[in-house]
Ligand binder design. Structure first.
Ligand SMILES: C[S@@+](CC[C@H](N)C(=O)[O-])C[C@H]1O[C@@H](n2cnc3c(N)ncnc32)[C@H](O)[C@@H]1O
Length: 255
């Protein structure tokens, strides 16, 4: 019998709904000897794996990203070098705020073959499922995807730059920073711009709030919105069916 070559495949598991995964991702899971999976991965997807496959949860703990990432890199190499096919299963797309590049580079530095299976990112799928178009003719010509929380836990400067444009802004890892985000937009005089916060998007326990920059903090607190959540800031939020309905009904600006 030919011995297998060490291999790492980064696989995007999609945003939560287990049907929002690619066929290629399922094939990779089926052929894995070891699966290292993240907290945001729907565990149902592990059912595609071989019974003998080792399934290891490597979910990151808030505040300890870099330490845990080093351990994950080491685990990948350790298992792959035993002639295993290691699948690194990540929420959404592995290259969008997924540290995919770091894992690929680390594995390659040990001569391990690597491959990538793209996934459907929460940044796109979560607003789309809520009928919020990230681009819409005459409303928004582009969208930015920004993390609110950088590695040093500070808010990204890009939010301030993006707030000056007319682009739709999709913010990940931002629920803890909502007050700071609101302040940035208010400083631009954009208190009436639409905002949606969608938690656990595409899953059974999805919940969301709609409002404006001026109203969203209170609404999010009332609805007890937590993580993981996608924040969408832009006039496209007003195209959400509930917002359109409200503005047609009362012929007034919704707040
Ligand atoms: C470390 S980033 C990973 C993003 C992922 N690679 C992707 O493409 O979706 C984690 C952040 O993604 C967002 N996120 C991921 N899945 C989500 C979901 N089902 N609903 C809402 N937000 C989600 C949240 O902002 C969360 O804090």
């Amino acid at each position: 019998m030919l011995s297998k070559q060490p291999k790492l495949t980064l696989v995007g598991a999609g945003p939560g709904d287990p049907e929002l995964i690619t066929l290629k991702a399922i094939r990779a899971i089926e052929s894995a000897d070891v699966i290292l999976y993240d907290a945001l991965v729907n565990k149902v997807l592990l059912e595609y794996s071989a019974e003998k496959a080792l399934k290891i949860f490597v979910g990151k703990r808030a505040g300890l990203h870099s330490l845990i990432q080093t351990e994950i890199n080491e685990l990948i190499v350790e298992y792959a070098l035993k002639n295993n096919h290691v699948v690194r299963l990540k929420g959404g797309d592995p290259m969008i705020f997924g540290r995919g590049q770091e894992e690929i580079e680390h594995a390659q530095s040990y001569g391990i073959e690597t491959a990538i299976v793209p996934g459907i990112s929460s940044a796109i799928a979560v607003p789309t499922l809520q009928h919020i178009p990230l681009t819409a003719r005459g409303v928004s010509e582009s969208f930015w995807v920004i993390t609110a929380t950088k590695a040093n836990h500070e808010i990204s400067k890009d939010i301030e730059i993006a707030s000056q444009s007319s682009a739709t802004v999709v913010i990940l890892m931002g629920t803890q920073k909502i007050k700071e985000i609101v302040k940035i937009y208010q400083q631009q005089g954009k208190g009436n711009i639409g905002v949606a916060i969608i938690q656990n998007g595409t899953s059974e326990n999805e919940k969301y709030v709609l409002g404006t920059i001026d109203t969203i903090t209170e609404k999010a607190e009332d609805a007890q919105i937590g993580s993981p959540a996608v924040i969408v800031v832009g006039e496209v939020v007003k195209l959400h069916p509930k917002m359109l309905h409200a503005s047609n009904l009362y012929q007034t600006q919704w707040v």
